[in-house]
Design a protein around this ligand. Structure first.
Ligand SMILES: [Fe+2]
Ligand SMILES: [Fe+2]
Length: 404
């Protein structure tokens, strides 16, 4: 991997010195840069390619949120991480729309090293510069118009409970993804790997959710986009079905609750890359969809022709820079090529691939272009050839009983 440039910004020299010492062993792979203010940081970034910036929030002059906002504008492809001492600080709050990840001070050197290694690796994986820029600069993900309106009403209603709002957020892919991003980061002091949207909403609490919706406007409505609402409705339905199927399939293989939860979240988010493309490049994506439908091609193949990457890599990159758990990142990235996933043992990407295919087979009207299929040899490679029949019956039974 070529050497990466990483910039730390903190107004306390002692903090920077501590980081310099802690990260010394990584000097061969990464050039570390240090800045004592937002102004100095911008000068460094204008001067050389900085791949990852990790900034304190409370700083005199330009604070961390303002710095990350400016970074997003000037250098959209840079991965932006917050390292803060105060989770409920105003600047941290304002950083919700511009930061990819939140870390809490003091941050264990081992955690910091993992985050840095991962961010550099992801930067390397997403090779297409235009796409990298588009995903890193993503403002917000589109939401279903009906859910968006209901959410606005609910947060304005003093009688609403966090459960009511959680139930609504759970019905929308973009909103679910956003709350999972926040809860899986150290945002507002939480540093747990919660992998279900309703749990995430509960943990963030009513006041935070209200601010996210009303003040920070992190959820995005549908005005002015060329994407037909039906696209989002179908995507949501397919994502939810895949999530349930993946969870139930996993339960037949293991009693490990964490794995079945992870399969659910991975299933829910597996096609998030489609939402990224629909939110970010609607007219180009709409043409791609039309091309796949007209030629009866798999959508991901049409995406490759247009964007040089499919929704799988794009979704994986986004949740990766958000700091979601590694198995979720891998499941998204490899869900159309599970046989290439390097993990040999029990593999969530393989389960998502099968759940995805079964969901499309059972609801063909929701599929754009050809149904994604897995070749027999690849099914054998992921150890699913003998089980697929049983999984199909299980999912058919679940669907007949009714999913929602
Ligand atoms: Fe997919
Ligand atoms: Fe899918």
């Amino acid at each position: 991997m070529p050497t990466k440039n990483l910039l730390f910004v903190d107004d306390e020299k002692m903090v920077l010195d501590g980081l310099r010492r802690a990260l010394r062993p990584m000097r061969k792979q990464i050039n570390f840069h240090f800045a004592l203010s937002g102004k100095d940081a911008l000068e460094i970034m204008d001067d050389r390619d900085i791949h990852v910036v990790i900034s304190d929030m409370r700083m005199p002059g330009m604070d961390g949120a303002a710095l990350l906002q400016e970074t997003k504008k000037r250098h959209p492809e840079t991965i932006r991480i917050v390292l803060t001492g105060q989770a409920d600080d105003d600047a941290t709050y304002r950083a919700v729309c511009v930061a990819h990840q939140f870390l809490m001070k003091p941050c264990e050197p081992s955690v910091l090293k993992t985050v840095i290694k991962r961010a550099c690796m992801l930067h390397e994986l997403m090779t297409h510069p235009m796409l990298k820029k588009a995903v890193s600069a993503l403002d917000s993900l589109l939401s279903l118009p009906s859910i968006y309106v209901q959410i606005q009403e609910k947060v304005n209603d003093p009688e609403s409970s966090v459960e009511d709002i959680g139930k609504l957020i759970e019905k929308d892919l973009g909103m679910s993804a956003k709350v999972l991003q926040l809860v899986n980061s150290a945002f507002f002091g939480h540093y747990k790997k919660i992998e279900c949207p309703s749990k995430a909403v509960h943990l963030l609490g009513l006041n935070v959710i209200k601010s996210l919706v009303l003040t920070l406007k992190v959820f995005s409505g549908y005005e002015g986009t060329e994407m037909p609402p039906l696209f989002l409705e179908k995507l949501w339905h397919h994502s939810f079905e895949t999530a349930i199927f993946a969870q139930k399939i996993t339960e037949t293989l293991t009693e490990d609750r964490e794995l079945s939860d992870s399969a659910f979240t991975s299933g829910l988010l597996h096609d998030l890359g489609k939402l990224v493309l629909a939110s970010n490049m609607p007219s180009k994506y709409q043409k791609t969809i039309q091309m796949a439908s007209k030629n009866k091609k798999e959508l991901r193949k049409a995406e490759f022709r247009v964007f040089e990457a499919s929704h799988a890599e794009i979704g994986g990159y986004l949740v990766g820079i958000w700091g979601l758990p590694g198995d979720v990142v891998e499941a998204l990235t490899f869900h159309h090529r599970p046989h290439q996933y390097p993990g040999k043992e029990f593999s969530i990407p393989a389960i998502i691939a099968c759940a995805d295919m079964i969901a499309h087979e059972l609801s063909p009207e929701e599929c754009i272009g050809a149904i994604p299929s897995i070749q027999e040899s690849n099914l054998k490679a992921i150890d699913a050839a003998d089980k697929l029949h049983e999984w199909r019956s299980l999912c058919t039974e679940i669907k007949e009983r009714g999913i929602e």
